[in-house]
Design a protein around this ligand. Structure first.
Ligand code: ATP
Ligand code: MG
Length: 592
């Protein structure tokens, strides 16, 4: 592509709403342009990169027997009503009516449509297994779109769906997709971790996320410092390394009594005043089990959660313990007052008329302090069963750095969690029969028994991955493209474009490189060398060629490797050959 003829405009400054490096760099490189919140036009460079990633994805999936299809983005409500997700998905699903008054939504994901597609075709066990995928634009009405393509409302996803006769087959397909994802992200040269994850409202039981490690990542990961175990903090089991927070041998139960705690509303002040460490105090948090599935029902359905003073509630674990589809909302101060009789800071589990869940870290506690549900009062010497009954005890807290790795603990090793930030670029789920049962997608076994099809679903955030690659690979001057998805392989900077001889040589090299299969950006603009170098660094193609009058006098051009900034002076007529050799080294990881 000749820059002089291209629609490509770089910017000195990033837009104000670009907070993280990759968003700034993509904007400055003219790769993306905001149309509205979470809505972007992909410029030619971004699209080239996206197409390259798509090609890698197709290669790896086709190799494993998956077949590409394309489903509509506009989907009738009836399909979503069959699985109840028309309600469950909440406002994330953008719904609208057409001219006939029929309800539709924009595809946020395609389990319903694909299940409908296969239920008409798959009749017998002989028609299984199947694995179908598409690469398509999705729409999710995200509450807070941000960070450019990282969290868009409209974004490109690869979604695959597998269909099998039984769980064993479904898990084989799961492993195949897991392998495919590993191969895809490895080919991109990304530093990623595969982590255990929550199934969200997709449903299902076995699930892993593929997370690109980056400071700007929205996900919080717990990674074992000794073994391969890694989990999203949403599901990371919380195991204290040291002994339980209070002695396990039960001391005698003392009589419960109320005492005044004026001005002691936080765990910190209470701890100081009572001289009891925060991790031995019990705090009580309040949530509503009303998920808003029925918009007419605005009632608060309170649930109390008791946990150690220095722990935090993990909303996803709580959601799962309560069997909800989405994490429950915390009650407002007024709702807490209405539910318990006291303002937050003086509330506790004693005497409540609604469920009380307790975190496992406190289940051995005895004679502990809790709020008395009366302003400025607490109870001391509170004990389970005698003073209140816990509805359920479960691991409801957020895991922290230093906690014991569950895999290591099982075999007596001392591995501990280290924490990382990650960008979720891929997600694989084993779904079981959630969708096939709800939508009556069955097949006949060899014995002729109608049986629901076993399913899996597998997503890759295509547009997000391209930005994640930049987030992980850039320097102070700009993008440092992983070679597999660089919009162009080679960037030729024509340093003296006003001189015919230079233009000619650049043109010859440009054509020669293209004929050797390289994608080449020829910067033939009439700009100063300094401007061209700055832009080349910003755009970040793996190899740059500087071609100018001074070098050509000696028959020389310069090859610059973007990542290392190393400069090789080579004979102009050998440039293509040298670049090919350089790419061989880059692709094999020797000079990446
Ligand atoms: P997140 O937790 O980031 O909201 P998700 O778990 O809801 O994502 P999935 O349903 O697993 O997303 O979708 C598959 C993939 O699509 C994700 O792994 C992610 O890479 C990508 N994706 C999801 N939401 C967005 C978005 N708003 N913008 C860009 N990519 C997205
Ligand atoms: Mg996900």
């Amino acid at each position: 592509m000749r820059w002089s003829k291209a629609h490509l405009f770089t910017l000195k400054d990033a837009p104000n709403d670009a907070e993280i490096p990759s968003h700034k760099l993509m904007s400055r490189a003219g790769m993306i342009k905001k149309v509205g919140p979470g809505l972007y036009t992909y410029g030619n460079l971004a699209l080239r990169s996206i197409r390259k990633l798509e090609r890698i994805i197709r290669e790896e999936l086709n190799k494993r027997g998956a077949q590409e299809v394309l489903m509509p983005m506009v989907q009738p409500a009836e399909l979503w009503q069959e699985t109840n997700r028309w309600k469950e998905m909440g406002d994330g699903l953008l719904k609208f009516k057409n001219r006939n008054g029929h309800d539709f939504c924009l595809g946020a994901t395609h389990e319903e449509v694909i299940t409908d597609y296969v239920r008409n075709d798959i009749k017998s066990y002989r028609d299984l297994p199947a694995n179908l995928y598409q690469i398509q634009t999705k729409y999710r009405d995200e509450i807070r779109p941000r960070f450019g393509l990282m969290r868009g409302r409209e974004f490109i996803m690869k979604d695959a769906y597998s269909f099998d006769a039984d769980e064993k087959g479904a898990l084989i397909n799961y492993d195949l997709m897991y392998d495919a994802y590993k191969a895809i992200f490895t080919r991109l040269g990304l530093d990623f971790r595969i982590v255990e994850a929550d199934a969200g409202n997709i449903g299902g039981s076995k699930t892993h996320e593929f997370q690109v490690l980056a400071e700007a990542g929205e996900d919080h990961l717990m990674v074992c410092d000794t073994c391969d175990f890694a989990a999203n903090v949403e599901v990371a089991p919380a195991k204290s390394v040291s002994s339980p927070k209070m002695a396990t041998t039960k001391p005698p139960l003392l009589p419960m009594e109320a005492f005044e705690t004026k001005g002691l509303k936080s765990i910190g002040t209470l701890s100081k005043s009572l001289g009891i460490p925060e991790n031995q105090l019990v705090k009580t948090m309040f949530f509503s089990m009303n998920e808003g599935a029925d918009p007419a029902d605005k009632s608060v359905k309170p649930v109390a959660v008791c946990l150690a003073g220095d722990d935090e509630v993990n909303p996803v674990k709580l959601k799962n313990a309560l069997g909800m589809s989405n994490p429950p909302l915390m009650l407002t101060d007024q709702e807490v007052k209405d539910a318990t009789g006291a303002w937050p800071g003086s509330c506790g589990p004693v005497g409540l008329k609604f469920p009380v869940y307790i975190d496992t870290a406190i289940q051995h506690f005895s004679n502990f302090v809790v709020g008395a549900n009366k302003d400025a009062e607490h109870f001391r010497n509170v004990n389970f069963d005698r003073d209140f009954k816990a509805t359920k005890s479960a691991d409801l807290r957020l895991a922290k750095t230093g906690m014991a790795c569950p895999t290591c603990a099982k075999v007596g090793r001392t591995g501990a969690y280290k924490s990382f930030r990650g960008i979720e670029v891929g997600h694989v789920f084993y779904l079981g029969t959630k969708y096939s049962k709800a939508m009556h997608a069955t097949y006949l076994t060899a014995e002729g028994t109608p049986t629901p099809i076993e399913m899996g679903c597998y997503g890759i955030g295509v547009s997000r991955t391209v930005q994640a690659a930049i987030e992980q690979s850039h320097d102070a001057d700009g993008i440092v493209w992983p070679h597999g998805i660089a919009p162009f392989d080679v960037h030729i900077a024509v340093l003296d474009p006003d001189q015919e001889e230079v233009r000619q040589s650049a043109e010859v090299l440009y054509r020669d490189l293209e004929s050797h299969g390289f994608d080449v950006l020829l910067d033939d603009r009439s700009e100063r060398a300094g401007v061209k170098f700055k832009d080349a660094d910003l755009l970040g193609m793996p190899v740059r060629v500087n071609i100018g009058a001074r070098g050509l006098k000696e028959g020389i051009v310069e090859l610059v490797t973007r990542k290392t900034k190393t400069v090789d002076k080579v004979k102009a007529e050998e440039a293509t050959e040298k670049i090919a050799a350089l790419f061989k080294a880059i692709r094999s990881g020797k000079n990446a």
